[in-house]
Design a protein around this ligand. Sequence first.
Ligand code: OXD
Ligand code: MN
Length: 658
Amino acid sequence: MSPIYSQVAAGVAVIFKTRGNDVQESDEFRRDANLNDSISILESALTDASFRKLLAIPNRRVHKFVADAIQLCKPMKVFICNDSTMDTEYIRRTAIARGEETPLANPHHTVHFDGYFDQARDKERTVYLVPKGESLGKQLTQHDRQEGLETVRKRLEGSMENKKMVVRFFSLGPLDSPFSIPAVQITDSFYVAHSEDLLYRPGYDYFRRMSEDKEIFWMLHSSGKLIHSVSTDWKKRGVMIDYKENTVYSVNTQYAGNTIGLKKLALRLAIRKADREGWLAEHMFLMAVHGPHERKTYFTGAYPSGCGKTSTSMVRGNTIVGDDLAYLRVLDGKVRAVNVERGIFGIIRSVTAKDDPVIWDVLHSNQPAIFSNVLITEDTEPRWLDDGREDPEQGANHSGGWFKGKVDRYGEEIPYAHKNARYTVGLEGLTNLDGCLDDPRGVEVGGIIYGGRDSDTWVPVQQALDWTQGIITMGASLESETTAATLGPSGVRKFNPFSNLDFLSIPLEDYIRNNLDFVNDSEHKPCIFAVNYFLRNEDGDFITDKSDKQVWLKWMELRVHGEVEAITAPTGFLPLFDDLKGLFDTYLDKDYTKKEYDAQFTIRIPEYLSKLDRIEKIYKESVEDPPVELYRELSAQRERLIAVPTELGDYILPDAFL
Ligand code: OXD
Ligand code: MN
């Protein structure tokens, strides 16, 4: 044993000893044959400083994971990050030095470009590795586990030659909380490691003190061979999820949604864990809607990417806990939730000073930010689509040098910035940040909102008749028109239950069951709501304004406390005109008219019935054994719609249900 190892191992033993009955484990730890193998690999691959840092984490599985990754990816060097300012600053500077990020005029800002064909989440190439004899149902993309592991390991073989490997430790959810899940990220991308610094809670110290048997999520990413900082083997890119080992492999890709293991990749592992343990891991924002007399009521909201999730969580006069991922648990009889993250990886298109003042200000402040796939002007300023300014004539973007009218190899005009261009910032600089972000017990949830991009069916806001009806006809029936956040055409209506379909890692029927049962031990069930910001009239024009979501939120807040009445329609509880009028006046200083209300809250019976047909068909074709509540609730909704007297016609004004 080398002098360093014996010192470090001695240190480890001391840590164990102070935890009393773990002393025995420390002996076992020294005897473990695998550990000794791992230790020799680590010892020869790591500098003394890195070796010490890694061994200060008394966890054999961590040592083994890092050692295996070193053997497989063969990095030139390995950097273990202990979250000190020196280490995180080193990561930021190296991202710049290696050309993965470029400094902008503001010294706290950088820009990163992904490969031309690697600009969004790659759903098709994100697959589950499923052991023989198991199935995750027809909705999920899956591969034989053994074959998949062989393929991905082959792709990763030597992928870090001539590169440095970074090893980082994080906590998903607040530290030392019933919600925390520790995660290890290994990557050869300093951009990934830097982004995670802004987005997740540092966990090195947490790993040093947590018990050795704590469940851990493991992430291994390599961008593979690079030319000008872009993966050359992008055709062989992919993400493979080995849920048997809680491990995600991502290779030959750079777009953050495919590489930042802690975001949507860890969500997939969390959904399985949540299902096993009876809690929920969701694609949801978490915010406090501020009601009368300074009351704060917390809401989670599940909307597919690009449907207003971030902008809702940022609505003026309220406070944000998180914009994308939430864990929900019942603690002491109450539904409570936390933000899994501590930053935002947000879509920057259409962020304007007028519509998104908080984000706008942060992006123009000295708070650290990484812009991705935007345009850089000659003055090294970032520009994005629909930013409320005059379009630029030239600059640099994900296609290289850009000028107005530039076309790609297929003759398609290249916009000056990508539609899915993003910004990455920590939440700490937001003026509307809620004080409970790091509360280890989370916040109590008053309402859950489901929303999609729906041009013709759902009204702007309604409340479910009860938990089961909400889970089935709102969550499990969510559809949305696609956006640039995923590869493939935009504007196509897609089934996206709970806005979580892309991330489901268990059969859909099991996930619905878990949602239905989740509140069984809770004294109060949160109210469920459905919203739609994208409703259009027959001429195709939107019939609500972006700012209206403020009013829908305030109405939902009042409903949670039973402070406003509602109209019982076949699909849910609808707001009364007078209540909305008052809220529009108070919060938006807007004279809301009955004409607007009627157009927005008309129940469109044919569209609703077609939706029910579509949803039932999808479940019949692709979900083997859905919970009995599913067809029961869908049929009940159909019957309520059909029971509306025919003389009222197909398009029923809300007051007809009074
Ligand atoms: C995201 C997404 O980036 O859902 O949050 O695509
Ligand atoms: Mn998202």
